[in-house]
Design a protein around this ligand. Structure first.
Ligand SMILES: Cc1cc2nc3c(=O)[nH]c(=O)nc-3n(C[C@H](O)[C@H](O)[C@H](O)COP(=O)(O)OP(=O)(O)OC[C@H]3O[C@@H](n4cnc5c(N)ncnc54)[C@H](O)[C@@H]3O)c2cc1C
Length: 479
């Protein structure tokens, strides 16, 4: 099998038959739906770049598990070099697609499972690592894309899973059978679930005694009977369906809610079932890896935003304005700090008992907090540089209209030597990068809410070491 080309990836999705709804209608031809296709094209870039000479060395690596070259998005990190490569491939792809490529969450799940299934087996004598290893071989040999089913819908946030009035507010096991389990629940905000071959489910939070049925992790194909993908709206989605005023002509992002309506999972695909103590480990490992991933792709997106802002300066005749150059500097240092923090999380990582390398959690979470604030600030700077037409540019249909088109084109002109069409295209791209809700809101909530990042920092930082340093300087000696 081996590494897939972009075309083979698209064809492999065509062979699947997931149950999907959007705007109240069943979608049968997923690949031919322009909105979903734009998301699938973003994931397809992870296959396309793996074939390109410029990116091949970064995206393709040797898998010791199957002793073959694999796409890095199927390879849990086995060294510091692998951890660093995770950030670099995400930056390259963020730069290439200008939005979310949607394949990092699957790698983050695979990486977390490769650590925690081993630890559970050591403690409980279970066989989860073996189950996981077989699944990973399947993923690597077929170059599959996996989706992260982590966020439960959660119902009343003041209550734990087993305390909810409706027990299905957190995904749980409703029946244990000889050959597998039946699960019920719903996972929210499933980035690219229809661009993925496999859905990997992990618990969304730490669990305690009484929550055993909620402590469940597994992987199933995205067209398993009982799985229903309901595609969520995003602020510019109608434009993709209309094929008009799109901005980013090639790539986009969509996030379904995925309902598990009594879904059967065979035992060999189960990676956790009842061992409540390990739910926290799974979610901390996944979310820390995922927050590190964001530092790569989002710095890559800021690269595109900087490029758009600079181009608009060229087109509008403002390229010599000192305060705009300062704003470009402010965007560059935000991108580089984000990138640097995620790289640092890689370099400070270390080996886990299973042999997988894990990142430094404090640095990964610091990177994510930085992203939440600084992506918004970078968008503000880009809009400041580009001007008000980011928000109310007339439609392409007006530009094509025989009565007003020539007038709008006349009045939209910037520098005389720049074709007005190019200025219009760049405004549209800036609008898309600033205002597509599916991507911009993930800067804040993707990988957990901002408070989750802060709580992790507080828990994982060695605060006593800092107190000790201060007391030594002040000459305070304590027993
Ligand atoms: C664009 C996008 C893409 C995403 N992609 C994925 C994906 O691919 N896979 C996936 O699994 N998830 C994904 N997520 C989900 C993301 O991890 C969650 O949105 C995030 O964890 C917040 O959960 P929530 O949306 O349920 O908000 P809530 O949990 O309702 O949080 C809202 C606010 O309430 C606070 N809060 C909630 N509960 C409590 C409490 N008990 N005590 C105190 N404060 C509380 C939170 O800190 C937050 O400030 C994505 C999210 C977005 C926006």
């Amino acid at each position: 099998m081996g590494i897939k080309t972009k075309e083979e990836y698209i064809e492999s999705l065509r062979q699947m038959n997931p149950t999907a709804y959007m705007f109240g209608e069943r979608i049968i031809d997923i690949l031919d739906n322009p909105r979903l296709r734009a998301g699938i094209e973003a994931t397809a870039a992870t296959y396309e770049l793996a074939q390109m000479a410029e990116y091949k060395d970064l995206l393709v690596a040797h898998s010791p598990l199957i002793d073959e070259p694999v796409n890095r998005f199927t390879l849990p990190p086995g060294s510091i070099e692998d951890l660093v490569a995770r950030v670099k491939i995400n930056r390259a792809l963020g730069n290439w697609v200008g939005t979310c490529h949607q394949r990092c969450t699957g790698l983050d799940c695979l990486s977390a499972l490769s650590i925690v299934t081993y630890d559970i087996d050591q403690k409980h004598g279970t066989d989860y690592f073996n189950h996981f290893t077989k699944f990973l071989k399947h993923v690597q040999k077929n170059d599959l894309t996996c989706n992260a089913g982590v966020t439960d819908v959660k119902g009343d946030r003041s209550l734990g899973p087993h305390e909810q009035a409706d027990k299905d507010m957190y995904l749980h096991v409703v029946e244990r059978k000889d050959d597998g389990i039946i699960v019920r629940g719903a996972k929210a905000h499933q980035t690219g679930s229809l661009s993925s071959h496999e859905i990997i489910v992990l618990p969304t939070r730490a669990l305690k005694k009484g929550d055993e049925e909620y402590a469940v992790a597994f992987a199933i194909p995205n067209d398993t009977p009982g799985l229903i993908h309901v595609v969520g709206r995003s602020s510019l989605d109608n434009r993709e369906l209309d094929g008009c005023d799109i901005g980013n002509l090639r790539y986009s992002k969509y996030c379904p809610t995925v309902i598990f309506d009594d879904v059967f999972v065979p035992w060999e695909r189960v990676f956790l079932c009842g061992e409540v103590k390990f739910a926290a480990d799974m979610v901390v490992k996944f979310s820390s890896y995922h927050r590190q991933s964001h530092g790569g792709c989002k710095s890559g997106k800021i690269d595109c935003m900087i490029g758009a802002a600079l181009t608009m300066m060229d087109y509008s005749g403002t390229s010599k304005a000192g305060h705009l150059k300062q704003k470009i500097i402010d965007m560059v240092h935000r991108a580089e700090t984000l990138y640097g923090c995620s790289l640092a999380a890689s370099y400070e990582g270390g080996e886990q008992p299973s042999g997988t390398y894990f990142i430094d959690t404090v640095l990964a979470n610091a990177s994510k907090i930085h992203e939440g604030k600084e992506m918004a600030e970078s968008i503000r700077l880009m809009v400041d540089v580009c001007g008000g037409y980011v928000t109310d540019l007339p439609s392409d249909k007006d530009f094509e209209n025989s009565e007003v088109g020539h007038l709008i084109k006349k009045y939209m002109k910037g520098k005389s030597q720049v074709p007005v069409e190019n200025r219009i295209k760049m405004f549209r791209l800036v609008e898309k990068m600033a205002m597509e809700s599916a991507d911009t809101i993930s800067d804040i909530h993707g990988g957990g809410s901002p408070e989750a990042h802060r709580v992790t920092i507080l828990r994982e930082t060695d605060l006593d070491a800092k107190k000790k340093a201060a007391k030594r300087l002040a000459g305070i000696k304590e027993e």
